[in-house]
Design a protein around this ligand. Structure first.
Ligand code: ZN
Length: 252
């Protein structure tokens, strides 16, 4: 990531430069953002390809060569693996040449469509890969079976641009947050009800724990219960502040 610290202008013939911008909070996540994320938010696929092209080339070069270091008199070879976890969904879509998130193809990990996903929210396996996305783009570009636009789109499962940067299939950051918070929301309820002391708590008991938790979160954090976990709720629940108010309810 990088931050623009200051922008100065020095007109021709002038003695002194004029500062027209100075970053007041260089540590803030508002100004110091990961490079890729910033470009994704502001740019189209072509622009991204051009700006990140050198990064891709560098990664490829590092990947295929070996670094040999002498450690304690022994020559030891190293290889590079580039990994990222919790990428931004929009970024993955851009880098892997997928249609935007409004697409019929809702997932960056598998070929699920909106209709399929609404019927099956549970079974999920990672089937998309960078290489396959590349192959699909070739099919999209050349249309070797002379199909209609609709058939072609169905064949390539929502790939519509050339994937230019390999991303490891992984949950995006938003869904990581939602997944974590969903889990902790359950754990908090169990702790409030001291579930470890009971075998088989009743539905009614569980309902009560949940409502106790909801009430406390609403009162202390102004956090209203939600039907389905969302990003904003998840991020609020996963704070020190939230943990403190939950702990007030946990018998010690
Ligand atoms: Zn999926």
């Amino acid at each position: 990531s990088f931050t623009v610290m200051a922008i100065t202008v020095q007109p021709e013939g002038e003695e002194e430069a004029v500062t027209i911008f100075q970053e007041q909070k260089p540590n803030s996540e508002l100004s110091c953002r990961p490079l890729c994320l910033m470009f994704v938010d502001e740019s189209d696929h072509e622009m991204l390809t051009a700006t990140l092209g050198p990064v891709v080339a560098e990664r490829k070069a590092m990947k295929e060569s070996r670094l040999i270091l002498s450690i304690a008199g022994l020559l030891r070879p190293f290889r590079f693996f580039f990994r990222g976890t919790g990428y931004d969904e929009k970024m993955v879509r851009e880098m892997e040449g997928l249609e935007a998130s409004g697409s019929t193809y809702v997932c960056t990990l598998c070929d699920s469509t909106r209709a399929e996903a609404s019927e099956n929210m549970v079974l999920h396996s990672i089937t998309r890969s960078h290489d396959e996305n590349l192959d699909r783009y070739e099919i999209w570009r050349t249309n070797p079976y002379s199909e209609s636009a609709e058939e072609l789109r169905d064949r390539v499962k929502g790939v519509s641009a050339k994937p230019f940067m390999e991303t490891q299939p992984t949950l995006d950051a938003l869904h990581c947050d939602i997944g974590n918070a969903t889990e902790f929301y359950k754990i908090f309820q169990d702790e409030i009800g001291e579930v470890y002391q009971k075998n088989n708590p009743t539905r009614e008991e569980r309902r009560q724990w949940r409502s106790t938790l909801d009430k406390q979160l609403r009162k202390k954090l102004k956090l209203k219960p939600v039907m389905r976990m969302n990003g904003n709720y998840a991020r609020r629940l996963m704070t020190k502040e939230a943990v403190d108010v939950v702990c007030e309810l946990v018998p010690t």
